[in-house]
Design a protein around this ligand. Structure first.
Ligand code: HEC
Length: 156
């Protein structure tokens, strides 16, 4: 099943507790808050940028934390949006693994490369799901939303 593959993919890169938490979301009780997909993605956006800032500052402990938070947002998105094709998620897996390796090795160059790949993975899914206008990029600075491109495609 697609959703299951998604979770296994993410679990394999260490998001096990996030998967467990996300599975609870599948059958929310009446008083449980369930974020919408766009909200889970907004959280992913924040964490993507914080991950970048932490890595740039060589704060590897914080980077590891933001990476696990980011994975949790992605798992949440998968649970809430079962129509997401597993292949879209699988393409993210190698870059999440590279990111984990870079953080463990405290390697700034590998980190930068992994973030570029991860960001391309975000965009690949957006393109394949009719959201090609949601373009993520490697942040240029610390401003909010510095990891998103707002100019139309083809313009700087
Ligand atoms: C498996 C598919 C998939 C992946 C992977 C994915 N997204 Fe998304 N993303 C979507 C879909 C679908 C939407 C549209 C949601 C909607 O319209 O409610 C979206 C929307 C967004 C939005 C717009 C939310 C808003 O309210 O403005 C942002 C920002 C975003 N994604 C960030 C990211 C980031 C950052 C990553 C990578 C770390 C990522 N996404 C990875 C499928 C994906």
């Amino acid at each position: 099943m697609k959703l299951r593959e998604w979770m296994l993919a993410l679990a394999s890169v260490g998001a096990v507790s996030a998967v467990a938490a996300a599975q609870d979301l599948k059958s929310p009780s009446a008083d449980q808050y369930v974020p919408r997909l766009g909200d889970a993605m907004s959280a992913a956006q924040t964490r993507h940028q914080k991950l970048w800032l932490a890595g740039k500052a060589q704060n590897w402990e914080l980077a590891a934390y933001e990476l696990s938070q980011l994975k949790a947002s992605l798992v949440e998105a998968a649970v809430l949006y079962a129509g997401i094709p597993a292949s879209n998620v699988m393409t993210l897996e190698p870059s999440l693994q590279s990111m984990t390796d870079a953080i463990n090795a405290k390697d700034g160059r590998k980190f930068t490369k992994a973030l570029g790949e991860l960001t391309e993975g975000c965009n690949a899914c957006h393109r394949s799901m009719g959201r090609s206008f949601v373009v993520m990029k490697v942040p240029t600075d610390q401003q909010p939303f510095a990891n998103q491109q707002f100019a139309p495609a083809g313009k700087p």
